[in-house]
Design a protein around this ligand. Structure first.
Ligand code: SF4
Ligand code: ZN
Length: 737
């Protein structure tokens, strides 16, 4: 902790313990020692003292022991050396202060029985705003929400905002996040409770705004409430202070917002709250206490702007926002994943070779993006008429303290099934070859592009809460924006693909499975090795490894490749065993490097499909974005329809674009040197890599020897070209055994 606040807090500890002792002695002069004390209608005595030390305070006499504990906790008072470079003394001083505050409040109940209103909500007309400690009825009703997830935690706000409007803004931000707001203390005589009334906000437990008391000592009711949650719902025994505090740190997402000057008495309360793992965020320029230790992240953060205090507090406390409701006009869920949008049902579409449709997930800085912000830039569905096509770029930015760039492709790949979950909307493909079809029924329900953002925001939070804190989605539908973002996305894909460039299959013992596509292709299992990226192009070996790290029970499992059964065709014992199990017995074995003999299974989202061209003694491949005829006699869509159900179909195999130039591409069948035809567009896209790979395989001119649709779209048409160019496939051993 920093010197300043440490000084203030330790000094505050001394001051508050002395106050409590003074009040206690005064009470002993007024009342008998066996006079009953306590908070009203509770079985938890003074809950902080009871929970932490197991001491039941029932009479004035009983207060002696905790006061001695508090005094004993005060760090040695060595003149000029208040500050020690570690947290211990501060936490102790803070705890001494909290114990004392609880005694002070209990004595207030004794001395001024009517100070607090015994009700859930303030009586504004009577001017009674403060409801003091929650009794057990209120506690049971509200406390359970901290356990069942309906309230993740609370914001304890002490002091007052500069004006009522700011107070209202801050409190409403917390209400939106389902947090409780606990109000205590005043700043120069003004309280947030009063400000809220002035701003027309309804206060009280019923709107999740509990008005504890006008003094800083009443902040102890918040901690007492938290500890009762630990005892009542966490089943922790009173006196087990370690477990009580740990429960709060792990389970109750609470923090303090100090609005106003943080003097010694607030300082000691802030230090006390750190024992619970509750950090303090202040609006004034007190020295920050950034290193982490007890709290999940920082202990004291300041100064924080008012419009950022909610988000910043949530971040600092490590609170994960739960978005339980997916607010879109259409039904949503896995039940709709497999639903098709056929021609007669179609309203509008994008991608699928007709227009550009691109998806990109990128990480951003925490303050660069706004969680939940969803924008559609350009025309939306409502601006289109039936039969229209439109270009689209979906750009999702995510931020999180635990987020790593490696996780981007994993989130991006989720867009496919999440958009498919929307009833009436169909999604195919990924990256820059996505295809979205919107049905008439979906549009009738009121579907707009914004709903895609709503879904991605909510589901990313739900499924990846461990790694992300913020999600912002932008959907571009103007051609120039889509072009711009597609270019950016392609650079990004290249960077990702290149992460495995220097790796070989021999260099690792573990491959990864991917069974994400089993919802469409039940027997399909991708085995992703360094030199064979997933056939959708979206997952390479690194991505699968990262995905396994995020979700160890998810669709990407490590496969120990085990004994090599065929180095040429790429077959391993461990892979076969895994595939057999993961395909529920449907597939006994497959080869990673062959399309002729037991090829890998193919699902409908492959980027390309390779096929044999027997007359040319070679192979061809076609990408999803090429809509024309091919020399194998089938268009891409026909091939995908035949092959894409998760079968292993000798003579055909799905693969990613990138895989074409990877070292092991169909090496068992002769590799890239067999390639005799590709669509021009695909050839050009991969030009540099094809040239390099040709050279590496000893055929420098290979790129120019590969035919495309400008040469022909039948085997007969392209054969003379291959002969003229001296294509290596023509002199290779026969493709079919
Ligand atoms: Fe995973 Fe393969 Fe489907 Fe890609 S194609 S998502 S790698 S199962
Ligand atoms: Zn698939």
């Amino acid at each position: 902790m920093s010197k300043l606040i440490a000084f203030a807090a330790i000094q505050g500890g001394y001051k508050v313990v002395a106050q409590a002792e003074g009040a206690y002695h005064k009470a002993l002069e007024t009342y008998n020692a066996d006079t009953k004390v306590g908070f009203p209608n509770t079985g938890y005595y003074l809950p902080v003292i009871y929970s932490l030390f197991g001491i039941k305070i029932e009479t004035l006499e009983d207060m002696k022991a905790p006061l001695e504990i508090a005094r004993g906790l005060l760090p040695p008072h060595i003149k000029g050396k208040h500050w020690l470079p570690y947290l211990g003394p501060l936490l102790d001083a803070g705890m001494a202060g909290i114990i004392s505050y609880e005694i002070i409040e209990a004595l207030r109940y004794l001395n001024e029985p009517d100070f607090y209103l015994h009700a859930e909500d303030p009586d504004i007309e009577a001017g009674k705003l403060w409801t003091g400690a929650a009794d057990d009825v209120v506690f049971r009703k509200r406390g359970v929400e901290f356990v069942d997830g309906s309230a993740p935690g609370f914001a304890a706000i002490v002091g007052s905002a500069p004006d009522p409007e700011i107070a209202k803004m801050i409190v409403e931000d917390y209400q939106k996040k389902s947090l409780y707001i606990f109000l205590a203390a005043n700043h120069n005589g003004t309280t947030v409770a009063e400000q809220l009334i002035e701003a027309g906000v309804q206060i009280g437990w019923s709107t999740r705004i509990a008005c504890f008391g006008p003094d800083i000592s009443s902040a102890v009711f918040a901690l007492g409430f938290a500890n009762r949650v630990a005892m009542a719902f966490g089943g922790i025994e009173p006196g087990d202070y370690k477990k009580i505090l740990k429960y709060n740190k792990d389970r109750v997402f609470a923090f303090v917002n100090a609005l106003g000057d943080v003097g010694t008495e607030w300082g000691v309360a802030a230090a006390g709250a750190v024992n619970w793992g509750f950090p303090t965020l202040a609006d004034t320029d007190i020295t920050q206490i950034l290193p982490t230790g007890i709290c999940t992240y920082e202990h004291v953060v300041a100064p924080v702007a008012y419009d950022e205090i909610c988000q910043k507090s949530i971040e600092t406390r490590g609170l994960k926002v739960k978005v339980s409701e997916i607010n879109i006009p259409c039904a949503f869920g896995p039940a709709f994943e497999g639903e098709r949008v056929r021609g007669a049902d179609l309203f509008v579409q994008c991608g699928g070779g007709k227009t550009q449709c691109t998806e990109l997930v990128k990480s951003a800085d925490m303050n660069e993006i706004e969680d939940g912000k969803i924008s559609v830039v350009g025309p939306d569905i409502t601006d289109l008429k039936q039969g229209d096509t439109f270009p689209l770029a979906i750009y999702v930015q995510v931020a999180g303290r635990e987020f790593q760039e490696d996780f981007e492709p994993i989130l991006e790949r989720q867009i496919h099934h999440l958009v498919n979950y929307i009833q009436g909307i169909m999604h195919i493909g990924q990256r820059d070859i996505s295809w979205i079809r919107v049905s008439k029924a979906g549009v009738e329900k009121g579907f707009t592009l914004k709903d895609i953002g709503v879904v991605l925001h909510a589901k990313f939070h739900q499924e990846f809460e461990k790694i992300l804190d913020k999600v912002q989605v932008t959907l571009f539908t103007k051609q120039e924006d889509v072009d711009k973002w597609t270019k950016i996305a392609r650079d990004e894909y290249h960077t990702r693909d290149a992460r495995v460039d220097s790796m070989t299959d021999e260099s690792v013992e573990t491959y990864y499975s991917c069974t994400l596509c089993q919802s469409f292709a039940p027997n399909h299992v991708c085995t992703v090795s360094p030199e064979r990226t997933g056939l959708c192009g979206a997952y390479n070996w690194m991505d699968c490894r990262a995905s396994y790290e995020i979700n160890p029970t998810g669709p990407n499992q490590p496969i120990e490749k085990g004994e090599c059964l065929d180095p040429k065709l790429g077959q391993w014992k461990g892979v076969n065993e895994f595939v057999k199990k993961a395909s529920r017995g449907a597939i006994e074995k497959y080869n990673l490097y062959s399309m002729v003999y037991d090829p890998m299974t193919t699902c409908g989202c492959c980027e390309c499909i390779a096929a044999m061209l027997p007359s040319c003694n070679g192979i061809m491949t076609v990408g999803r974005d090429y809509l024309g005829e091919t020399p194998c006699g089938m268009k891409f869509t026909t091939l995908a329809g035949v092959m894409g159900g998760g079968a292993s179909s000798p003579g055909f195999v799905g693969h990613s674009k990138y895989n074409i130039t990877q070292g092991k591409f169909l090496l068992g069948d002769g590799g890239l040197l067999r390639m005799v035809w590709m669509p021009k567009m695909l050839k050009e896209e991969l030009k540099d890599r094809l040239i390099a790979r040709g050279e590496a395989m000893g055929v420098p001119g290979l790129y120019d020897m590969i035919a495309d649709e400008t040469v022909g779209i039948t085997e007969e048409e392209i054969l003379p070209f291959l002969q003229e160019k001296g294509h290596p496939a023509l002199t290779m051993e026969s493709l079919i055994g």
